[in-house]
Design a protein around this ligand. Structure first.
Ligand code: PGA
Length: 260
C-alpha cells in the first residue's frame, strides 16, 4: 500500500484533488465513490477551485456516495444529500443525472441497496473510490465486524460513530440517526483505485491499524492492505503512529511517500 504523508491538511487536500483531477483527465467519464464528513471538505474546495480557475471539467463523471442516513429529509442540513450539493455539486458542472446518493427515505432500504449495486454495475463499476476513515477504522458506514464480503445494505451505526457525528447534529447524540445505507466492503474493494484521506491525531491509531495491523473485520479499513491500488493520503498528525518505511521517497514539497 502506498502512503503519502503531507505537512498539513491543506496539502493533504491538494494531493487528493490532484489524484481526482488526473483520473478525470485520463478518463472523463470516470465513476467515483465519494465520501462526506469533515475530512473531504478541503478536497471538495480544491476541486471547485480547479473547476473555476483551471477549467476542470466534471460534466461526464458519475458519482456514487458511500452512504446516507436512513430517515433524514433530503433538505435536512445534516443529510449527506444536503452536504454533497452544498459543499460540492452546486459549485461544479457534475451532471445531476449522474449523481447517485442512497435514498434513506425509501420504504424498503433493502431494495434501494440492491438497486444501488445494480446502478454501480450499470455505470461500469467504480474507477476511483475516495474514502475517509472513522476512529474505529470504519470505511463508509462499515463498522467493525462488517463482513468483508458485504455489499450495499442498511446498517446500524456504532456508538462511537454516533458520538463522533453528534458534532453535525448540534452536539446532540440523540439526534443522530441510528441507521444508514452504506456501500459494502466488497463494493468498495471492487473499485479499480482507492484513496483514503485522514487528518488529525484522533485518526492516528486507526491509520496504524490500517497499515500495520492484522487484516481483520474488527478493523474494516485493514482490508485495504489487500487492494492492489490503494493510496492513503495523510497529514503528519494522522501518520504519527506509522513505522518508518524502508521504501520512502520525497516526491515534492510538503509531501513524502512511503510504500508498505
Ligand atoms: P470525518 O469522518 O471525516 O468527519 O472524520 C470520517 C468517517 O467517519 O468516515
Amino acid at each position: 500500500m502506498k502512503v503519502i504523508v503531507t505537512d498539513d491538511y491543506e496539502i493533504m487536500s491538494r494531493e487528493a484533488a490532484k489524484v481526482v483531477a488526473a483520473e478525470v483527465k485520463s478518463k472523463p467519464d470516470s465513476v467515483f465513490a465519494l465520501p462526506t464528513g469533515g475530512t473531504p471538505l478541503g478536497l471538495y474546495a480544491e476541486l471547485i477551485r480547479m473547476h473555476k480557475e483551471e477549467g476542470l471539467d466534471l460534466s461526464k463523471v458519475s458519482t456514487f456516495n458511500l452512504d446516507e442516513y436512513i430517515g433524514l429529509p433530503l433538505n435536512h442540513e445534516s443529510s449527506y444529500h444536503y452536504y454533497m450539493y452544498d459543499k460540492f455539486f452546486n459549485h461544479v458542472n457534475v451532471s445531476e443525472d449522474r449523481v447517485r446518493i442512497p435514498n434513506g427515505l425509501i420504504e424498503n432500504p433493502e431494495e434501494e441497496s440492491l438497486a444501488y449495486e445494480w446502478a454501480i454495475k450499470r455505470a461500469g463499476g467504480i474507477d476511483l473510490a475516495v474514502l475517509g476513515i472513522g476512529r474505529n477504522g470504519h470505511i463508509g458506514f462499515n463498522e467493525p465486524k462488517t463482513e468483508f464480503g458485504s455489499l450495499t445494505r442498511p446498517i446500524y451505526l456504532a456508538k462511537r460513530t454516533i458520538e463522533a457525528n453528534a458534532r453535525f447534529f448540534g452536539e446532540d447524540p440523540d439526534s443522530v440517526p441510528r441507521q444508514a445505507i452504506s456501500m459494502g466492503i466488497r463494493t468498495i474493494m471492487n473499485s479499480t483505485k482507492i484513496i483514503l484521506l485522514a487528518s488529525g491525531a484522533e485518526k492516528a491509531r486507526a491509520i496504524n491499524q490500517t497499515v500495520h495491523g492484522p487484516v481483520t473485520e474488527m478493523v474494516p479499513s485493514s482490508v485495504l492492505q489487500l487492494h492492489p491500488d490503494c493510496t492513503l493520503i495523510l497529514d503528519e498528525a494522522a501518520a504519527d503512529e506509522l513505522e518508518p518505511s524502508a521504501n520512502g521517497f520525497v516526491p515534492g514539497p510538503g509531501t513524502r511517500t512511503m510504500i508498505y
